[in-house]
Design a binder for this molecule. Structure first.
Ligand SMILES: *[C@@H]1O[C@H](CO)[C@@H](O)[C@H](O)[C@H]1NC(C)=O
Ligand SMILES: *[C@@H]1O[C@H](CO)[C@@H](O)[C@H](O)[C@H]1NC(C)=O
Ligand SMILES: *[C@@H]1O[C@H](CO)[C@@H](O)[C@H](O)[C@H]1NC(C)=O
Ligand SMILES: *[C@@H]1O[C@H](CO)[C@@H](O)[C@H](O)[C@H]1NC(C)=O
Ligand SMILES: *[C@@H]1O[C@H](CO)[C@@H](O)[C@H](O)[C@H]1NC(C)=O
Ligand SMILES: *[C@@H]1O[C@H](CO)[C@@H](O)[C@H](O)[C@H]1NC(C)=O
Ligand SMILES: *[C@@H]1O[C@H](CO)[C@@H](O)[C@H](O)[C@H]1NC(C)=O
Ligand SMILES: *[C@@H]1O[C@H](CO)[C@@H](O)[C@H](O)[C@H]1NC(C)=O
Ligand SMILES: *[C@@H]1O[C@H](CO)[C@@H](O)[C@H](O)[C@H]1NC(C)=O
Ligand SMILES: *[C@@H]1O[C@H](CO)[C@@H](O)[C@H](O)[C@H]1NC(C)=O
Ligand SMILES: *[C@@H]1O[C@H](CO)[C@@H](O)[C@H](O)[C@H]1NC(C)=O
Length: 538
């Protein structure tokens, strides 16, 4: 007993002694102590003065990260350092931080055309990872009684720990942050996030590699705009690195896959991308507040803040009004995974499997087409491809197209803001729906199967901004494998002056119209019969 205590105390002392010279974020990456003190977050990357050190996590006693397949050693790019010195006209030694080692990324920067297309093989495994679920639905409970005791009356209710520091908060009591997932919920949430970061890295590169300069120019994009797309792709290499590290490195992270995209024109590519980044961003807003690890939530937020900017930029590239809502909504992980999976064709053998649900596909037959200056005239089926983020067909008659239409309010060329005179949708609009039966193979290697635990759908659930609302699903019919129905677009507001249903938002079919708010929306999952689908409300 004494021996064990001594031993573990020794490890703790060692672990604390190591980073002394530096203040790093432990994101899992190897962090060589450099000569100059720097402030780094250990975001999960191995942080050790390699090669002799015990893994940091040894101090916690039960987890040792596996080695990476690439060199994880932070390194100094000497040509970049001398270039910086020459621009500054200073010796390298005079520029603080210039010789600090920089952590490498899990992916190199991809350029050129890469392989894409559907998967044609046979899956070796099927279904979401599962063990033995304890039940089929999480019962609703009253609020936690302690959540109703704090009195927000402008005075300090409790004694301050130190001057200028009000009492309370999580992770404020001096415990050292541990930037690592802390539960299956955390792990699976960040894992679906990593699948998302990987597709974005591929997608942004693919758009640049596929279309010609002339095609971008026709859509209203300049060389600087194209560079912005390239830069956003490189941002994804950083996001993929961060999330890989938070997952504990190679033992927990998942590699990049091969993808299949539903667009053939620049305009369709941007429409698809503004939808894909919408569910990427909203997928994180749905779970980040529920994470066990506040440290992981911290770093994740700092990457999703960037993703949110990307989503808005792709709306601008598609000539849409950049942000027609006051609040960005959150969706459950299974919704994000349902929307993402149809665009992943094949993943390497060492990919990690997800526990989230793939719901049966839902489609809006009269999805408003943002390539039309009068989207009210959109006929049925004016979309291309498949999946919940399928883009609107950009090939509309020239007189109906809004691309390059030189009339304020009718133009949808890329711009900081395009204010449409005729909104894409309106409350009271009749919306025609089509949905699938469960049991369809989707996702990487066709190895996930769509499923629902709900009864027959009776409602359309609209999820936008801070609210959800339902409209009745009517005139339900079946034709072969597909189901059809219709509904009326509701008229609800978050606060006065902010119509809730606008922008790129989410709909799904449910068997009940139970109330949900932003923090308990995932409890709707057992009631989802089909969807979600990204409705282009504005
Ligand atoms: C505010 O609430 C705290 C805690 O209930 C109480 O101690 C304090 O007297 C209240 N102050 C005022 C001004 O109401
Ligand atoms: C500090 O706060 C964390 C939660 O943020 C808690 O788990 C831990 O027990 C606290 N430690 C002390 C010494 O109070
Ligand atoms: C997916 O299919 C490819 C090609 O058949 C195979 O190499 C790969 O190992 C498969 N991935 C998984 C996770 O089974
Ligand atoms: C837009 O299309 C709708 C449906 O065809 C039509 O009723 C409306 O008059 C059109 N608006 C304009 C300004 O042409
Ligand atoms: C739209 O597509 C569905 C099948 O997806 C088909 O049943 C329907 O006839 C099509 N409608 C039109 C107007 O093309
Ligand atoms: C757009 O219309 C305005 C006024 O009619 C004209 O001055 C301008 O040259 C036009 N721009 C383009 C790109 O056609
Ligand atoms: C912007 O569009 C709205 C209709 O959606 C219209 O009421 C408003 O006048 C437009 N503003 C400008 C400056 O064009
Ligand atoms: C969405 O917002 C835009 C910009 O404020 C507005 O013109 C449009 O009418 C709104 N659409 C809906 C469906 O409320
Ligand atoms: C109900 O749907 C059928 C075909 O799906 C259609 O012919 C009929 O007009 C619809 N009824 C109403 C009231 O819209
Ligand atoms: C929308 O959400 C806000 C914030 O939770 C709430 O105050 C408001 O009552 C909700 N509105 C509707 C129509 O549900
Ligand atoms: C979700 O939370 C809201 C309160 O924000 C509550 O009214 C509702 O009943 C909850 N839904 C379920 C299914 O527990």
């Amino acid at each position: 007993m004494l021996f064990r205590t001594t031993l573990s105390a020794g490890f703790i002392a060692a672990a604390h002694a190591l980073p002394q010279a530096i203040s790093q974020i432990s994101d899992g990456q190897v962090q060589v102590p450099t000569a100059t003190p720097i402030q780094q977050i250990s975001d999960g990357q191995i942080q050790n003065p390699a090669p002799t050190a015990t893994p940091v996590a040894a101090a916690t006693g039960n987890y040792s990260p596996l080695p990476y397949s690439y060199s994880q050693e932070p390194y100094v790019d000497s040509s970049a350092v001398s270039s910086a010195a020459s621009v500054a006209g200073l010796p390298v030694s005079a520029i603080p931080g210039a010789t600090n080692a920089v952590p490498p990324r899990v992916s190199s920067v991809v350029t050129g055309v890469t392989s894409h297309g559907p998967y044609s093989g046979t899956p070796t495994t099927t279904g979401a990872v599962s063990n033995s679920p304890a039940g089929t639905a999480i019962p609703a409970l009253p609020p936690n009684p302690t959540a109703l005791t704090y009195n927000p009356n402008g005075t300090l209710n409790d004694q301050q720990p130190i001057p200028y520091q009000p009492a309370g908060g999580l992770g404020t009591n001096g415990t050292e942050p541990v930037y690592r997932v802390q539960s299956d919920f955390d792990y699976q949430s960040i894992l679906v996030g990593l699948y998302q970061e990987w597709i974005e890295l591929d997608l942004f590169n693919h758009i640049l590699a596929t279309f010609s300069e002339e095609e971008f120019t026709e859509a209203g994009l300049t060389a600087s705009d194209r560079y912005l797309i390239e830069f956003m792709a490189v941002q994804e290499t950083g996001h993929a690195t961060l999330l890989s590290n938070l997952l504990g490195g190679p033992g927990g992270a998942t590699p990049q896959c091969t993808y299949n995209y539903p667009f053939t024109t620049v305009r369709e590519a941007f429409d698809f991308t503004q939808k894909l980044t919408r569910f990427g961003e909203s997928g994180v807003w749905g779970f980040q507040a529920h994470l066990d690890s506040r440290e992981v939530a911290q770093l994740l937020d700092q990457s999703i803040a960037t993703e949110a900017r990307q989503q808005m930029i792709f709306r601008q590239f598609a000539g849409l009004f950049p942000m027609p809502v006051w609040f960005e909504t959150g969706i459950p992980q299974s919704w994000a995974w349902t929307l993402l999976a149809p665009y992943i064709s094949e993943c390497p053998a060492n990919s990690k499997r997800l526990a989230w649900q793939n719901f049966p596909g839902l489609n809006v037959l009269n999805q408003p087409n943002s390539a039309r200056w009068n989207a009210t005239q959109t006929p049925l089926n004016e979309t291309v491809g498949w999946g919940g983020a399928r883009p609107s067909n950009s090939d509309v008659p020239a007189e109906d197209s809004c691309v390059g239409r030189n009339i304020t309010g009718e133009d949808c060329s890329a711009a900081i803001s395009q204010n449409r005179t005729i909104p894409l949708s309106y409350p009271g609009r009749e919306v025609f729906l089509e949905w699938e039966n469960p049991g369809k193979p989707v996702g990487p290697n066709n190895s996930y199967i769509t499923a629902t635990m709900a009864g027959a759908p009776e409602f359309v659930l609209w999820v936008s901004q801070l609210n959800i609302t339902y409209s009745p699903l009517t005139n339900i019919s079946q034709n072969g494998e597909m189901w059809y129905g219709q509904t009326i677009q509701p008229d609800v507001s978050t606060y006065e002056g902010d119509p809730a249903i606008n922008g790129t938002m989410f709909i799904a079919l449910t068997d009940a119209d139970l109330p949900f708010t932003a923090f308990n929306l995932s409890m709707v999952n057992p009631h989802v019969a089909a969807g979600p689908f990204l409705y282009q409300a504005g």
